[in-house]
Design a binder for this molecule. Structure first.
Ligand code: MG
Ligand code: MG
Length: 300
């Protein structure tokens, strides 16, 4: 079932060539299972889980609709299982986190602000978050640094001045032995360091945009929100409980994110869409994921 979830997540509607990244990331275990394991353990132990998201889209630099929805859905599921989620993001993204949580009907997660392009503050914030001894650190559609340390959009535009320097958090988590999880869909997100050479080889602008930052468990998806929902689905299967929202709710989350200032990362428009894909399809993806977690399927 975990492998089937992986398959569903990697339907490449955006035409990004995610399959070679998936193949490079996959080991013995389905990706969603590998990601869910440390998260489930953290929740069972009542630990905090640090999550980060928020991708500024030039020229307006409003955050995109991919990331906040998946992050809030995952934070909500983890809180339901006993974890204390903390979302660290740029001030510009915080209203979307709160709005999506309200639309989901969950307590908004605690948020911690991280100013763009301030490496000293990023290192200090990383230390204070990790001093809470979180059970895991998670990135969902979060720009990660490339080989030269710059942060890039999928088209290769330099957004270093507009985005938080998140690498110190993941580097320090690794040093302290705290499990790290990353969800991405294009190769320029935190975690893609695991498949950096595949990104360089198979993704448009790959040599310019490939993120160098690795994680312990990388989830590759056609859309990053789907990747986070897939991890929620894997947590549902592990816990034997329904933790994922429904398709109609997905449309409400998307409307709330747009109302809070998010835009489509591909079109740049303030429409209820993610990566150029209309909301109806995201709702369908959520419903299918939820249904396959809760329906007995006879495979004989
Ligand atoms: Mg992306
Ligand atoms: Mg995306």
């Amino acid at each position: 079932m975990f492998a089937a979830i992986d398959r569903q997540l990697t339907v490449d509607l955006g035409g990004r060539n995610v399959q070679p990244l998936y193949a490079a990331a996959r080991n013995d275990e389905p990706l969603v299972a590998a990601a869910a394991t440390p998260l489930f353990a953290a929740a069972a132990a009542g630990e905090s889980v640090v999550l980060t998201t928020g991708f500024p889209i030039p020229p307006s630099n409003e955050p995109e609709t991919d990331g906040p929805l998946g992050t809030v859905a995952l934070a909500g599921a983890l809180a339901d299982l006993g974890a204390k989620p903390v979302v660290v993001t740029e001030p510009r993204v915080e209203p979307a986190i709160t709005a999506v949580a309200d639309a989901l009907g969950v307590e908004p997660p605690e948020t911690v602000s991280l100013a763009p392009s301030d490496s000293a503050a990023a290192a200090k914030t990383a230390r204070s978050l990790l001093d809470r001894e979180p059970g895991a650190v998670v990135a969902v559609e979060k720009p990660g640094p490339t080989a030269d340390g710059s942060y890039r959009t999928a088209a290769g535009e330099d957004i270093t001045a507009r985005v938080a320097d998140i690498e110190p958090l993941f580097a320090a988590a690794r040093e302290r032995g705290i499990p790290t999880v990353g969800v991405g869909d294009g190769g320029n997100e935190v975690g893609m360091g695991v498949v950096q050479s595949a990104v360089e080889q198979h993704i448009d602008n790959g040599e310019t945009i490939a993120c160098r930052t690795p994680v312990d468990a990388l989830v590759v998806a056609g859309v990053s929100n789907w990747g986070a929902y897939g991890v929620v689905a894997a947590l549902s299967l592990t816990a034997g409980r329904e933790l994922l929202h429904t398709g109609p709710t997905e449309r409400e989350l998307l409307a709330a994110a747009v109302e809070a200032g998010c835009i489509d990362g591909v079109t740049g428009e303030a429409t209820p869409s993610v990566d150029g894909i209309p909301g109806t399809i995201h709702a369908d993806v959520v419903d299918l994921l939820g249904d396959i977690c809760t329906t007995e399927i006879d495979t004989d």
